[in-house]
Write a protein that binds this ligand. Structure first.
Ligand SMILES: Cc1cc2nc3c(=O)[nH]c(=O)nc-3n(C[C@H](O)[C@H](O)[C@H](O)COP(=O)(O)O)c2cc1C
Length: 237
């Protein structure tokens, strides 16, 4: 979830905590740092997040920067996605911003189907506003009017936390119409999607958002036009 690191420029400082103990797990800080800000340990409330400096980034963006400024700053930061491939975040945003289409969307992938992976789980549980703030800034940068945060149905506690955070942000004027009194408006849908591992793959995730079920290769044959679905092939035997 690339957007998550946006609001804490200080997190690139090498003097930050090197090792975190989360319950019985140890997360090492290495060249590919994740969860490197102490605010992650706070409670998920808006007040706790703001006490740790949360939403200052958004305030600065909306009061002083243009969308191009934001993308340039993200480019300079070297921020990369944490969805697996480490794709440079600014390149993705720039592409969307420059695409000549009337409507743009921001989609955040909170699926986290990879066994043993917990970074998104912790972000959602401990710092949901960090995700929302990053998404709002991403929307501003690419001129999107709506955004969708995908979370899988098998993480109901996370769904509850995200929905509550969204309500808090709406009530505080940080989300919705005329955010912080500016002309910029955007809302974020908390989309509860299938728990299937493949649903975390971005094109399958977009299909799920559009209402189509995730692909099931075991139920469709190779070259289905020629061979038909597996179930038909079985019936022929
Ligand atoms: C089978 C498969 C499952 C994936 N599952 C996830 C996932 O659970 N969460 C995730 O963020 N990315 C997942 N990805 C990667 C996404 O397709 C996409 O590259 C990623 O969300 C981009 O994240 P970024 O913007 O942080 O780079 C998966 C990819 C594949 C091929």
């Amino acid at each position: 979830m690339a957007i998550s690191a946006l609001t804490f420029p200080g997190s690139h400082n090498a003097s930050n905590l090197k090792v975190f103990i989360l319950m019985n797990m140890t997360i090492m800080e290495g060249p590919d740092r994740v969860l490197t800000h102490p605010a992650i340990f706070g409670d998920p409330s808006l007040s706790s997040y703001e006490r740790g400096g949360g939403y200052k980034g958004l305030r600065r963006v909306l009061s002083a920067l243009s969308p191009a400024d934001v993308i340039a700053e993200i480019k300079d930061s070297g921020l990369r996605g944490r969805g697996g491939s480490g794709f440079p975040t600014a390149l993705k945003w720039e592409k969307v911003a420059n695409h000549r289409v009337p409507v743009r969307y921001v989609v955040a992938n909170g699926s986290e189907g990879e066994p043993g992976s917990h970074k998104d789980h912790y972000l959602i549980s401990r710092s949901p506003h960090q995700i929302l703030e990053g998404m709002i800034i991403a929307c501003f940068a690419v001129s999107a009017k709506s955004a969708h945060l995908f979370i899988k149905e098998s993480f109901p506690e996370g769904v509850k936390i995200l929905k509550k955070a969204r309500e808090e942000a709406l009530a505080a004027g940080l989300l919705g119409n005329n955010i912080l009194g500016t002309p910029f408006s955007v809302d974020i849908e908390i989309f509860v999607g299938p728990a299937a591992y493949i649903a975390g793959e971005e094109t399958a995730l977009l299909e799920a958002l559009e209402g189509r079920p995730p692909p099931a290769p075991a139920e469709t044959s190779l070259l289905p036009d020629r061979n038909g679905p597996v179930s038909q092939a079985n019936r022929r035997q």
